[in-house]
Design a protein around this ligand. Sequence first.
Ligand SMILES: [Zn+2]
Ligand SMILES: [Zn+2]
Length: 524
Amino acid sequence: MEERPISMTSSRSLLFKSPPIQNESLVGYLIRIAELNRYPRMSWIGNLAGVNLTEETLSKMSNRLGRLAKVVGASDAEMKSLCYYVSAKGNNLHVILSMGEIIPKQYLYWPSQRVCFSCLREKGFVSGLWDLKAVTHCPEHGELLRDACPACKEPVTFNRGRIAPCLPGCQYRGHGSECPDSVRALMQLISNKFLGTKFDLTEFGFPKQVVDGDLYTLLQTISFLAMRSWRGEGDIDHGWLEVRPETMIEKMDHASGALVNWPSGYFKFLDDVCAGKGAPNGAIVMHWMFGGFYKSLVSRQKELGFLFDGLQDYMNRRLKDRILTGRGCPSVLKKRDRRIYVPGFIARKQLGVGRQEFKRLVDRHYLQSKPFDTSYGKMICVHRDSVREYAETRSRFVGRKELAEELGLSLHSLYSLSTGSILNPFHSPEKDGWQKWWYDRKAVDEWLDGLRENAKRPPKGKRTIQLSRAVAKYNHMGLTYSKLFNAINHGALRLYRRRLDTENLLEYYSLDEAQLSKWYLARG
Ligand SMILES: [Zn+2]
Ligand SMILES: [Zn+2]
């Protein structure tokens, strides 16, 4: 670096001057100049220029650059190149980056007190990149940015007079790489966008959208992936307001893992988001977070469309033939039919049954079920085929009163058909504890069809008696429909049909009166 001792033409000019180094931060530059001129603090430079550097706000700083430039002997253009951000006019919440891009201020610490000690020692400068909150490690060294020297413990203060804050005699020169390759690669990607560096990142396979996109898109992507507690309506930038450096390390590890080797890194990330414990056979049990993640991503399809598309791919490939459970998620998933199990609450909704009834259906094995452990307790899931099958049966249900009227039977007669196993209800208090009697119309029709097939037209002159009359005639001697049909089924009585009606009602059936009388007397 060039040093330019110059004659003191102005009392407000410095003895030693040095042009800014590429990618140097404004504060870092002033610290370097202070060190060069043996000033104990960077703020002394500001004093010469009449700029209070310890209290100046970011927005006012851009107006004072000219005065600072004069004092340090740099050109206005050189000073401006150090200013990676100035406040957007009339907007204190956003800053304009040197390339014209506007980002919310909460993505920055200003000024950052975190440094790469390797950079300080090797290059003697403070990088402007370190002001970004998302930058946790030096893109070049992979070293953790620290706010104190790990050897001498001296803190990195903003208003210092030496590039390296260390106490005299401290030999600390930096750690070298302290992060996974994926994190360093992400730092390099941010650097490429913020500083215009040209790190080659092809081997890391970042998604095209963040490679080609602007810095803000990248920061929003990182923000979304790093938050890990998604809210559908939340502001994607908001999370950075309260972020602390110590929690950022883990966040960047998650985010970088999701972005490298697209989309396989993202799929692993999603596995982690969806991960539930205790599901058999590699089934994926939705973590409660997944619902929030999905909804949140849906509301940001515009900005983060590629994350949404990636999620769709994930669901299509990863979750095929697997089991999904989870509150709030399956109802919003598109590929319903790919899943073989559905959570109980979904099945209840589909069937229109309450909790008690659903439990009975499961307990009585009308629905094929499996329990799964999820992060919010044990959850019953049911096989979707069994739900569909039961739903079909349910749509054919006919109550006993309605059926009795249709068949022309009393409730008691209908009941006797079930006790004699002639015509069985699908549900009944006796069969399975149901409160009501329900018959499956399909079973009723099949029974009637069977009767019609067996029934012959009576030969001419044969005296026949209607079924209902027959029962009425011998009822006082204990004859029931049930007994009659048993006899018919065993061939002891022949069933006749009065006419070839299209309707299938019991009143069209009759018996041979003589045969009945003989059969009944024989029974004694
Ligand atoms: Zn470094
Ligand atoms: Zn030290």
